[in-house]
Design a protein around this ligand. Structure first.
Ligand code: FAD
Length: 384
């Protein structure tokens, strides 16, 4: 079977690799370099946290489990869990509701006291008035480009041909399969084509005459965009994900910290990225100093405006496209968590076995006349 996978982010590279390991002849095409899409601007917290409804939770749990089960996961995955601190009434209610639902489902979650939190997070200022502190020991954070490096290495070893700096400019039916035209003028023949082009999914599907609706960037602060700030290396002991009402923090390697403050995303605009010494960066630093000790010398090394891969209703898309059955579309806002699971699951589907966990996520749900609710804003504490 000849398969062209379009998009070499964490999702496309996982699928290309698993397909090749099953014996398909795979070409992985990217218009830029692998990993330069959303995969390089991610908080990359691997979790099944706050994911509703149940089928979306199950899907994310499969992603979390798949990361832990992969061989050599220590190359990209940092276990150690996640601690969430809630101080105000609304946050406490929200957190307790989530904890209850997750515990009922058998997800690992513990309520812990301030002393245990201080053990887990030695340099974090754990407020004595913290009303609820939750520890989610199974969760992890990821270095997406190290995961990608592993997938690409395994893929190449299994025979994947990587064509970078080569965009797909046309998709046409050809017998039961398709012809894929590339920006250098070459044409690839494929039995199946996988679209894993992240936020470009609608445009790519349109080349095949299909409609796969995505939420695009419309104005600063909308649901598709969010800041991530990276500090300079700091002498701080932190080795797990921390979320608080003021700041989400995770290690970013070599003493750097990656910061996210969802309530400050209201001005996020990919066309106007604030400077590292901007007022926005100062706000983040003030919050960091209030939350983590030994950060007096902190400065911001990089400000990024990430652009989410956001299907029109916020949920993952995975399945064949009815207008062009040779085209399999995958797009998800939980791409780092889901990548290892999607690699295996999409491969099984292309080899003919339906994956039950993907049943609720078919692109057909957007068929004309369907009622689709817009994605809700990820602005609540603990969300990404
Ligand atoms: C601020 C932020 C925080 C996030 N936090 C988390 C988190 O905590 N946990 C989590 O699981 N996820 C998180 N995500 C989401 C996650 O990062 C993405 O879902 C994931 O990276 C998507 O990967 P992808 O491979 O689908 O897309 P991408 O990485 O965008 O890859 C798509 C690739 O397709 C290529 N491409 C596009 N068009 C074409 C074309 N016509 N021809 C050829 N190639 C093409 C692009 O060059 C790109 O390399 C976050 C995202 C953001 C923005």
């Amino acid at each position: 079977m000849q398969i062209v996978v379009i998009g070499a982010g964490v999702v496309g590279a996982s699928i290309a690799t698993r397909l090749a390991q099953r014996g398909a002849a795979v070409t992985l095409v990217d218009q830029g370099f692998p990993g330069t899409g959303t995969s390089s601007t991610s908080f990359a917290w691997v979790n099944a946290h706050g994911k509703e409804p149940a089928s979306y939770y199950e899907l994310n749990l499969a992603g979390l489990t798949a990361h832990h089960e992969l061989e050599a996961s220590e190359e990209w995955l940092r276990p150690g869990g996640h601690v969430e601190i809630a101080v105000d009434e609304a946050h406490v209610r929200h957190l307790r509701g989530r904890m209850e639902r997750l515990a009922t489902r058998g997800y690992a979650v513990e309520e812990i006291g301030a002393d245990r939190a201080r053990e887990l997070l030695p340099d974090v200022v754990v407020p004595d008035q913290a009303d609820t502190i939750a520890y989610f020991p199974q969760e992890a954070y990821c270095f997406p480009l190290l995961y990608l490096a592993r997938m690409l290495a395994e893929g190449r070893a299994a025979g994947v041909t990587v064509r970078d700096n080569t965009g797909v400019t046309a998709l046409d039916p050809d017998g039961d399969g398709a012809k894929v035209t590339l920006s250098d003028g070459s044409v690839l023949r494929a039995d199946a084509v996988v679209s894993a082009v992240g936020r470009r999914t609608s445009e790519l599907a349109a080349l095949a005459g299909a409609s796969v609706p995505m939420a695009g960037f419309t104005e600063p602060g909308d649901v598709t965009v969010g800041y991530l700030l990276r500090t300079v290396p700091l002498p701080v002991r932190l080795n797990r994900v921390l979320t608080t009402p003021w700041l989400n923090v995770r290690p970013d390697g070599g003493g750097r910290l990656l910061l996210q403050a969802l309530d400050l995303d209201a001005t996020a605009d990919p066309g106007a990225v604030p400077a590292v010494d901007s007022a926005l960066a100062q706000d983040y630093l003030e919050r960091l100093r209030a939350v983590v000790r030994n950060t007096g010398s902190a400065s911001i090394a990089e400000v990024v405006v990430g652009q989410r891969v956001m299907p029109a209703d916020g949920f993952t898309i995975a399945g064949r496209v009815s207008e062009a059955p040779w085209l399999y579309a995958v797009a998800t806002h939980s791409g780092v968590t889901l990548a290892p699971f999607l690699g295996a699951a999409v491969t099984s589907e292309l080899f003919g076995a339906e994956e039950p966990l993907l049943a609720d996520f078919r692109p057909g749900r957007f068929a004309e006349g369907s009622q689709i609710a817009a994605p809700s804003s990820p602005r609540k504490p603990g969300e990404q």
